[in-house]
Design a protein around this ligand. Structure first.
Ligand SMILES: C[S@@+](CC[C@H](N)C(=O)[O-])C[C@H]1O[C@@H](n2cnc3c(N)ncnc32)[C@H](O)[C@@H]1O
Length: 247
């Protein structure tokens, strides 16, 4: 990796085959959710843009099983996989990956400002799940067990962090991603996101002095990711690069 990151405008089911065996320390990804079939059409608001579960064309026909073999091949034995997961896919993730890993757990991201509901017809969708998998001997970074609640609270991505052009419907907050990167990898490790979107995982990884590999199929999101990553200060890496040069 010439820089501290490498990104590809490609289909990850193809591009992952180019990665070497046992080369990735942490797969932290936010793949499609298959939520569009639950859409009840556009909900209209006077004060904000319409809301619809039918997020985008890309949010269809995703099956975690299609990525099982490549994820296992490229992940180091010390590696972790954390994947954002909608309620309708958690059973599938468990069915496919629980038999393979020593541990399969879930983590909850609680959004302090979820999309509102006005019809009093059910729960607010204020939680997002992240499935977490690893084998014995994996990388793990924490001092005391009570630091390790499987829960994190933050607002959804907004303000200056939220890209306007293109606006990605599921851009994740860097603060949340940094929390996950901190507990499941070390400085200098390679973090992979094969469903990169606008590279929120990449920004978090580089700012935490990890290296990053990202894959995104959509050209516009890929270009936004490229612009975003190019703005991360390379000086953050001076210490790592100097150490490597001295090895
Ligand atoms: C849930 S979004 C990820 C958003 C990301 N977390 C962010 O903060 O920008 C999933 C992304 O995966 C991309 N995608 C879907 N199928 C893909 C595939 N086969 N290969 C690469 N990217 C894909 C979509 O275009 C979409 O941007």
């Amino acid at each position: 990796m010439e820089h501290n990151y490498e990104i590809f405008n490609a289909d990850s089911s193809v591009q992952l085959k180019e990665l070497e065996d046992n080369s990735v320390d942490f797969i932290l990804t936010d793949p499609p959710y298959n939520l569009s079939k639950y859409s009840t059409g556009n909900m209209k608001f006077d004060w904000r843009s319409d809301i619809n579960n039918d997020l985008a064309e890309w949010d269809k026909n995703f099956d975690p099983a299609d990525f099982k073999n490549e994820f296992l091949r490229i992940l180091k034995p010390t590696g972790n996989i954390f994947a954002f997961c909608s309620y309708n896919l958690i059973g599938r993730w468990h069915e496919v990956f629980d038999p393979i890993f020593d541990t399969f757990q879930f983590f909850v991201w609680h959004k302090t400002n979820p999309v509102p509901k006005f019809r009093k017809a059910g729960f607010l969708n204020s939680c997002e799940l992240i499935v977490c998998m690893w084998n014995k001997g994996h990388t793990w970074n924490f001092g005391k067990q009570n630091e390790m609640h499987n829960f994190f609270e933050s607002p959804i991505c907004m303000g200056p962090e939220r890209l306007k052009k293109p606006k990605h419907p599921t851009q994740k907050p860097v603060r949340l991603l940094k929390h996950l990167i901190n507990i499941a990898s070390n400085k200098g490790d390679i973090v992979l996101d094969p469903f990169m979107g606008v590279a929120s995982t990449g920004v978090a990884a580089l700012e935490m002095e990890r290296k990053f590999i990202g894959i995104e199929i959509d050209k516009e999101y890929f270009e936004a990711a490229r612009r975003r990553l190019s703005q991360i200060q390379p000086t953050l890496f001076s210490a790592i690069n100097k150490n490597k040069a001295n090895e």
